[in-house]
Design a binder for this molecule. Structure first.
Ligand SMILES: Nc1ncnc2c1ncn2[C@@H]1O[C@H](COP(=O)(O)OP(=O)(O)O)[C@@H](O)[C@H]1O
Ligand SMILES: Cc1cn([C@H]2C[C@H](O)[C@@H](COP(=O)(O)OP(=O)(O)O)O2)c(=O)[nH]c1=O
Length: 217
């Protein structure tokens, strides 16, 4: 693939404001005349969304095996890359994605305890070197993110999905794994303090985008 567009991902734990800030990132880029494809993982295409439903279903009658969960994440990703992300980047559009493979390292690696090397093998197999150009990691203390999530769940009367049913130490491990990855790849990651009023979070995101977009165009 000759990649021409840029690939931006948003990452972070539950309730840190990824969905809220996706729209802001897309609008900021579109205001500069950039064609943007906005998408999410797991999911992003009809078949990948069907895999997402399997992954998030709390189905009490059968646990989901850890390796099956990991492979389904990458199966959804393979479909999403082939049908949506790669075609968009190839024609020069920019792709903004709510979660990508850093979430697999954080949740399946940090949270579930799968060895990072095993995840890296699947990453190489499925992505063949394709990686985000910029990853905005929204980070905040767990307790504050949990209370945001509680109010979102109750206002939309949503059920907790299979991941949202996990306990605090799972999410601490997820957060730690994200922060480790950001520390190891400081050029790709922009660490955003998500524990601020929304306009301050967005000012920080805008600044990070401005720094890179000018250099890329
Ligand atoms: N900076 C912020 N300050 C206060 N509340 C926020 C902020 N950002 C998002 N929220 C609210 O917190 C909840 C979770 O945000 P959301 O974007 O759905 O998070 P995520 O997609 O990361 O789970 C939503 O109700 C949202 O309106
Ligand atoms: C992309 C991805 C998501 N996930 C999990 C994290 C989320 O709990 C769940 C669904 O993602 P998402 O809808 O982004 O969750 P939320 O908006 O509640 O933050 O899938 C993984 O465990 N591994 C992955 O590779």
């Amino acid at each position: 693939m000759t990649k021409r567009g840029r690939f931006i991902t948003l990452e972070g734990g539950e309730g840190v404001g990824k969905s809220t800030n996706m729209a802001f990132v897309v609008a900021t880029l579109e205001a500069q005349g950039i064609e943007v494809v906005s998408t999410r993982e797991p999911g992003g295409t009809p078949r990948a969304e069907a895999i997402r439903a399997l992954l998030l279903d709390p189905a009490p009658e059968e646990a989901l095996n850890t390796d099956a969960e990991l492979l389904l994440m990458f199966a959804a990703r393979a479909q999403h890359l082939a049908e949506k992300i790669i075609p968009a980047l190839s024609r020069g559009a920019w792709v903004v994605c709510d979660r990508f493979t850093d979430a697999t390292f954080a949740y399946q690696g940090g949270g579930r305890g799968v060895a990072f090397e095993r995840i890296a093998q699947l990453e190489a197999f499925v992505q063949r070197g394709l990686a985000p150009d910029l990853t905005l990691l929204l980070d905040m203390p767990l307790s504050a993110a949990q209370s945001r999530l509680e109010s979102r769940l109750s206002s939309r009367q949503e059920q907790r999905d299979r991941f949202e049913q996990e306990q605090g130490d799972f999410f601490q491990a997820v957060r730690r794994a994200y922060l480790e990855r950001a520390g190891a790849e400081p050029n790709r990651f922009a660490l955003i303090n998500a524990h601020q009023p929304l306009e301050d979070v967005q000012a920080d995101i805008e600044q990070e985008l401005a720094k890179r977009v000018a250099a890329w165009r």
